[in-house]
Design a protein around this ligand. Structure first.
Ligand SMILES: [Zn+2]
Length: 280
């Protein structure tokens, strides 16, 4: 197993939406808001080589939508998707598998680009695209609650390409690379768990997007079922604490990874560090 993490791009999102019922006086200490109440998040993707597969986890916003769309997203900094891969020695053609934690626009938009003939084409032409069946069925049916997050142009070309692979259950997708499936953030959120150098790395995606979201009630108002998110976080955090897993964060602007410890307030981050400190 060879693996690395890179930030595709920073973006901005409403701080209140990101922390749900938590008062701004508390969350703004960790994520200071700008004049429009926006905070900065990262879009960290994992690249992993295992057993002949070159696996990319999540692909960021992409660049298909118009200027007005991206004015709200405020993309800045980061390495870029294909540029970040290139720096690590990978061309788009080298990617054999794209694992999508879910189909919200900031996680899967980079799979599909505009083509010269006015249609769409896949950014990774040789890859299979893995999504949980629960998420796929949820995303393609009419869903008012998440309508702004599931964009047809990000999703339908995957199916039309014939390269979509739907995961029916939790378990190993590749050697040393398995997925958990959660239902609180959205139906069928896949959480990759990677065995690496004798440790397990848990890429917590939108279940625990930043270190600040480790406390059980620090959750996004985007979650479709908050109580389920709390139960799912509780269970994964306890298992991670008991087995000394490393959590890897998709959206944390301060630290990419942490280990856990039990405190009088509950499970909290212990050591916080960047992925390069453990990468091969
Ligand atoms: Zn999401």
């Amino acid at each position: 197993m060879k693996t690395d993490l890179f930030n595709i791009s920073n973006f901005k999102v409403d701080g209140g939406a990101m922390f749900g019922v938590v008062p701004k006086a508390l969350w703004s200490r960790v994520y200071p808001a700008d004049v429009n109440n926006l905070i900065v998040l990262t879009l960290n993707s994992i690249i992993a080589e295992t057993d002949g597969h070159v696996v990319l986890v999540d692909t960021g916003w992409g660049d298909k939508q118009d200027e007005k769309f991206f004015r709200h997203v405020h993309l800045h900094d980061g390495e870029g998707l294909t540029e970040g891969l290139r720096k690590r020695g990978y061309k788009p053609e080298d990617i054999t598998d794209v694992v999508l934690t879910h189909l919200h626009a900031d996680h899967c938009g980079g799979c599909v680009k505009n083509s010269n003939d006015g249609g769409y084409e896949l950014v990774f032409p040789n890859a299979e695209y893995h999504v949980s069946r629960a998420q796929w069925e949820w995303a393609v049916k009419n869903n008012l609650r998440e309508a702004d997050a599931f964009l047809e142009e990000n999703i339908l070309p995957l199916e039309q390409s014939g390269r979509l692979r739907l995961a029916d259950e939790e378990g190993e997708l590749f050697r040393d690379f398995s997925v958990r499936i959660c239902y609180g953030h959205t139906q069928g959120l896949m959480i990759p768990v990677i065995s690496y150098s004798g440790r397990k790395l848990v890429y917590t995606g939108d279940l625990i997007p930043t270190i600040a979201h480790i406390p059980l009630i620090w959750n996004m108002s985007y979650d479709i079922e908050s109580l389920k998110t709390i139960e799912e976080k509780k269970s994964i955090l306890q298992e991670a604490l008991d087995n000394d897993y490393i959590l890897v964060f998709q959206h944390d602007v301060h630290f990419e990874c942490c280990t856990l410890t039990m405190t009088e307030k509950g499970i909290r981050a212990k050591d916080k560090f960047q992925f390069r400190e453990i990468a091969s």
